[in-house]
Design a protein around this ligand. Structure first.
Ligand SMILES: NC(=O)c1ccc[n+]([C@@H]2O[C@H](COP(=O)([O-])OP(=O)(O)OC[C@H]3O[C@@H](n4cnc5c(N)ncnc54)[C@H](O)[C@@H]3O)[C@@H](O)[C@H]2O)c1
Length: 380
């Protein structure tokens, strides 16, 4: 007898629609899962393009409004890969219909939105997860294991940045397809909710909760034509943000993100300094984890660059022979696999409740950008 199916309905066929569809297709081929993902239907407003996407990825059907997708009784899991302004309503409707929900990040445009989403999935008692995929790059997962077992000892510093350069042109419009990230009504915020949310999720996973923050934000281009209205409108997003943070464990942090760092496309780096050693990771070299261990005595003490491709490294025994690397797409495969494994045991993180804590931090960062004050970053 075959495995029980996990019947998936996905909203959105853009960048993330592709990574998720690939993840659900690949996960059962590389990992032993209790349920077999089945791509039942994809939803997007343009039916013709949705049909082409469905045919390419093997979805059986298409829907052109998400309410019809959520209402179907042949779907177990609603996967939200649509822009940020869609997350709240779809997730709540899906939970109320008794469906499991996976949602792209940031969970809400604000923490108030994501609080309602947490309440909905918890009231309904449905499995839920947010696609903060960087946790599941094996080098980052190994960093977590090393920190948890005390290899670094007490943590003093956390440092992260996420740099891009694609919005520098002043004649770039805001809003609409491909440019919804520049429209504050759709995105909720700029680099803070888009890029720093990733850095914050990884940071809190590795180093615990963030107590308070102080930030500066800037919008370098104040007005842009809007693709949908055709009018020049004020830009409401933050183009750049840098903030300081204090973690609950007493460590200090700096975070920086911008879409104005000429030459950088997706430079996500993090470094952690502890009592016994330091760790550093760079998305551009994602299969390496740099490690300095001060407890090594003598003249060979120094930074080492660990190639995270051995069978003993997280997730790697499911892939190729030692020495051969995997990449960005596989972090989503790992996330899909962990979600499905978590349906029969401990639920996989980050849950909606975890992602809501990230939204509390991004709200505090944006608030501090306006007030110039230190702001509390949790609701406790
Ligand atoms: N985890 C990550 O690393 C990561 C990376 C990129 C984007 N994201 C998140 O994923 C989400 C989607 O981003 P993207 O880059 O895939 O965007 P995208 O613009 O490439 O795709 C968005 C998709 O949503 C669809 N859509 C928009 N409005 C819709 C509606 N009313 N009904 C149905 N479908 C609708 C669009 O047709 C499109 O297919 C965002 O929340 C974003 O923040 C996460």
């Amino acid at each position: 007898m075959g495995k029980q199916k996990l019947r998936i309905g996905m909203v959105g066929y853009g960048f993330m629609g592709r990574t998720h569809s690939n993840a659900f297709t690949q996960a059962p081929k590389y990992f032993d899962l209790p349920r077999e993902p089945e791509l039942v239907a994809v939803c997007a407003r343009n039916r013709e393009r949705a049909e082409a996407f469905a045919s390419n990825w093997g979805y059986q059907d298409v829907e052109s409004d998400w309410q019809s997708l959520v209402a179907r009784d042949d779907i177990d899991l609603i996967d939200i890969a649509a822009p940020n302004d869609m997350h709240h309503d779809i997730a709540i409707a899906a939970a109320q219909a008794g469906k499991m929900v996976m949602c792209e990040k940031p969970l809400g445009r604000t923490a108030a939105e994501s609080a309602e989403m947490v309440a909905a999935v918890e009231t309904a008692g449905v499995a839920n997860m947010v696609w903060y995929n960087y946790r599941r790059i094996p080098a980052v997962t190994l960093a977590k294991q090393m920190i948890d077992r005390g290899d670094l000892g007490r943590i003093y510093h956390y440092r992260a940045k996420f740099l891009q350069d694609w919005t520098i042109a002043t004649d770039l419009p805001q809003g609409g397809e491909g440019l919804w990230r520049l429209d504050v009504n759709v995105a909720g915020s700029g680099v803070t909710g888009d890029l720093l949310a990733h850095c914050i999720d990884t940071a809190m996973w590795l180093n615990g909760g963030i107590d308070s923050v102080t930030a500066m934000t800037e919008t370098f281009v104040k007005e842009r034509a809007h693709s949908l209205t055709g009018k020049v409108e004020p830009v409401g997003i933050d183009d750049a943000c840098a903030f300081l943070a204090r973690f609950d464990n007493g460590s200090l942090a700096t975070f920086e993100s911008t879409r104005y760092a000429r030459g950088h496309k997706a430079l996500y780096t993090l470094e952690i300094n502890g009592e016994h050693g330091s760790l550093a990771w760079d998305l551009h070299d994602l299969h390496r984890l740099d490690y300095f261990d001060h407890r090594v005595e003598g003249e060979t003490r120094g930074w080492r660059s660990i190639h995270i491709t051995d069978g003993e490294h997280p997730y790697m025994d499911s892939w190729w022979v030692p020495g051969l690397s995997i990449g960005y797409a596989e972090s989503f495969v790992h996330q899909a696999a962990d979600f499905i494994r978590g349906l029969e045991g401990e639920a996989a993180a980050p849950t909606f409740a975890d992602a809501h804590r990230t939204d509390l931090v991004t709200d505090a960062v944006l608030k501090s950008g306006r007030t110039g004050q230190w702001e509390p970053a949790s609701d406790s």
